[in-house]
Each structure stands twice: as structure tokens, then as C-alpha cells.
Design a protein around this ligand. Structure first.
Ligand SMILES: Cc1ncc(COP(=O)(O)O)c(C=O)c1O
Length: 385
């Protein structure tokens, strides 16, 4: 078993930067470039034969690898472009929406992709709750879907999913669990949680890059659903090019059109490393390092916006200092990569390859910038990613 610091060579950007933005864009694994080169080689040398030699199947072969990381059974997870598309596929299973069951209940802290999608549907009534406790109370017989985040993106707070799932099940509603901020950093067992659906992406802790959203459907629901947002990859015989739709058996029925093959090739390099290290070991390291960040922030008198209780803490620590957008820009100028969110603060997201020295260095630099006013030249900075 490799020690965690021995993985640093797998991530080229660590040689040049203090990389603490894995909650936004996880560091690129060196092998992702090799996988992309393999995709290009197949395109160049195998041409049309590539579809049968693996390309066509990537939505479910790669989906199964995600499944292993998030505790889903084989054949229950497929790849999509992003979370917005995956949620749209879920919603499309319930069209036309029955007037008596047209409510979507979610938390204010949900990611915009999710909020905007449901808000834009004229036949849905959206109920916005302040926290996970209120959510449980507001779910009732009129509720169709409960799209929630496992870890909220701004404060990095873990939500108490089980009571929400229980309540939803009691009234016949479906939970759609957004695992984007937990997959690869917080252990997950989707099978045990019994959520109806789960979605996520790979840009962050899975270090898989863009174009690698995913959708999990609880196995006992799969055959009973017929997504109306669909395409030829969801057909039982796609290469029959038949005039009428006949859904594929199994999880393929939740697909749409031609898959994003190069993205899927790139992504498996990150998934392989996450699988090799193991999410339990990653979580152990993350809990220790996020605690270190909280302690360092406390020593400096910085406000910590993320939860202090380990059970509620995701992989990110959000620290608020005066004029934090400008402080963030000055950190970037010093090759310390992190990000910030309006109304929250600077987000620091170490991953399994981060060292304690890097965390001390980052917090020391924040203190130096605040004390010397070195950020003055960046005042007015806005979030660009
Ligand atoms: C919780 C959460 N959901 C979803 C997304 C992204 O959504 P999409 O895949 O639609 O870009 C993010 C961040 O980018 C996120 O933090």
C-alpha cells in the first residue's frame, strides 16, 4: 500500500502550486493524459471499429466504476454530461406531472443547476426550505421529488439524508441525492441509503474532469420508469434504427444520444486512484486536515464558516476574512489555488495528496496578505470558476 504522499507524483500540478481547490476542479492525474492519448489513438487507428471496441459502452462501464465508489450495485449507474442533464432525465420520468403531486421540495443551499432546472418548469410548485430539518417537515403527499445535496457546496456541510429518505418514502416521494461534493471524499453507500436516484459529477473530488456527470437509479425502480428525455442509446436495439421507441432493459434506458467518449476516457484515471486509496482512507485524511485548517484559522482569529462537528464536515473549509475576493486573487498570484463563494468566504479543499505543510503555508499566506494589505490591488475581484 502506497503512503498518501507517494501519490503526489501522480498529479503534475502539485509540483508548481499549492493546490487546495479540489472541491472545484480536482487536480488532474498524470494518467488522464495517457487515457486521452489512447482515445485519440483509437480514433486514428481503429476508426469506426472503436464503437464496438469499447466506445459505445462507456456510459455504463464507466458508470459501474462510479458505482463502486458510491456504493451502488453494478448496472445501476450511467454517465451523463452533467448534473443538470442527469436531473432532467429523472424529472422526465414523471411527465406528465399529476396536478396533485407536483411539488418539488428542496433546500436553499442546493446547487444552482438543480434549483434553476426545477424553477423553470411551469407545471411544478417549488418549496424552498432553510435546512434539512425543515425539509423533513415540508415533504408530504403532494411532493413528487426531493432533490437534495449530500454536502452543501457553500459551507461544505453534510446533510442528514436518512430522515429525509424515510419521510419521502412514507409519502411516496422520490429523493434525488446530489453527491457532487461528497463522492470521492465522504464515504457513501447508495444501496444502504435507499434513495430513489443519485446524481453527481467528476470535476471535483473524483479528479475525473468535465463531461462526466452520472446518474444512479435504485435497481428496483429501473424497469418501472420510462424517461421522456431520451434518445437512441436508450433503445433496446439502437442499431436497428427502428421507428418506434422500445426502451432498453436495465440502466441503459436512462441514456440519451451519443456518449461523451473522450471525457469518459479521461475520467477513469482519477477514479482508479480514488478506488486504490479508498474513500474511507481519504475521509480519515480529510477529517484530520480539515480540523488542522480550522485550528490554524482559529489561531489567527479568522471566522470559520464550515461546520466544526466532524460528522457534519465535508471536504472543504470555508474561511471568511475581510475583502476575501481580493485576498483570494492575491493567493492565486502567489500560486496558492483555492476559490471563494459570495456570502461565504475562501474555500480550501485539500485532498488525499495534500500535505500539512501546504495547509500551514496557505493559512500563513492569508494572514500575511490580510496584515500587509497586499490584496488592495485586487479589490473588486469576482468569482470566475
Ligand atoms: C453540489 C453540486 N451539484 C452540482 C454541481 C455542478 O452541476 P453541473 O454538473 O450541472 O454543472 C456542483 C458544482 O459544480 C456542485 O457543487
Amino acid at each position: 500500500m502506497r503512503e498518501l504522499h507517494e501519490y503526489r507524483d501522480e498529479f503534475p500540478i502539485l509540483a508548481e502550486t499549492t493546490y487546495l481547490v479540489n472541491h472545484s476542479l480536482g487536480a488532474m492525474p498524470r494518467r488522464a493524459a495517457e487515457r486521452l492519448a489512447e482515445f485519440a489513438r483509437m480514433w486514428a487507428e481503429r476508426g469506426i471499429r472503436s464503437w464496438a471496441e469499447g466506445w459505445w459502452a462507456t456510459p455504463w462501464t464507466v458508470g459501474d466504476q462510479i458505482g463502486r465508489i458510491v456504493g451502488a450495485r453494478p448496472g445501476s449507474t450511467v454517465m451523463h454530461q452533467n448534473v443538470a442533464v442527469a436531473e432532467a432525465v429523472v424529472l422526465s420520468c414523471f411527465r406528465p406531472v399529476a396536478p396533485g403531486r407536483n411539488r418539488v421540495v428542496y433546500e436553499r443551499g442546493n446547487f444552482p443547476s438543480v434549483r434553476y432546472l426545477y424553477q423553470a418548469q411551469p407545471d411544478l410548485e417549488v418549496v424552498v426550505c432553510e435546512d434539512d430539518a425543515e425539509l423533513v417537515e415540508r415533504i408530504d403527499e403532494r411532493t413528487l421529488l426531493v432533490p437534495i445535496s449530500h454536502v452543501l457546496f457553500k459551507p461544505g456541510e453534510i446533510q442528514d439524508v436518512e430522515p429525509i429518505v424515510r419521510r419521502a418514502r412514507d409519502v411516496g416521494a422520490h429523493v434525488v441525492l446530489d453527491c457532487y461534493q461528497s463522492a470521492g471524499i465522504v464515504p457513501l453507500d447508495l444501496t444502504a441509503l435507499e434513495v430513489s436516484f443519485a446524481v453527481g459529477g467528476s470535476v471535483k473530488w473524483l479528479c475525473g474532469g468535465p463531461g462526466n456527470g452520472w446518474l444512479y437509479v435504485r435497481p428496483d425502480l429501473v424497469e418501472s420508469l420510462a424517461p421522456t428525455y431520451t434518445g437512441w442509446q436508450a433503445h433496446a436495439r439502437p442499431f436497428g434504427f427502428e421507428e418506434e421507441m422500445e426502451y432498453a432493459g436495465g440502466i441503459a434506458r436512462f441514456l440519451t444520444g451519443t456518449p461523451n467518449v473522450p471525457a469518459h476516457y479521461a475520467a477513469t484515471a482519477g477514479y482508479d486512484l480514488v478506488e486504490e486509496v479508498g474513500v474511507a482512507r481519504i475521509r480519515e485524511s480529510s477529517l484530520r486536515q480539515t480540523q488542522l485548517l480550522i485550528d490554524l484559522a482559529d489561531e489567527r482569529g479568522f471566522e470559520v464558516m464550515s461546520p466544526r462537528a466532524p460528522a457534519r464536515r465535508g471536504g472543504t473549509v470555508t474561511i471568511r476574512v475581510p475583502e476575501f475576493p481580493a485576498v483570494h486573487a492575491e493567493l492565486a498570484a502567489r500560486a496558492i489555488l483555492c476559490d471563494f463563494r459570495p456570502d461565504a468566504g475562501i474555500r480550501l479543499g485539500p485532498h488525499f495528496f495534500s500535505t500539512d505543510e501546504e495547509l500551514r503555508f496557505a493559512v500563513d499566506q492569508i494572514a500575511d496578505i490580510v496584515e500587509t494589505g497586499a490584496h488592495a490591488r485586487h479589490v473588486g475581484a469576482v468569482a470566475l470558476h
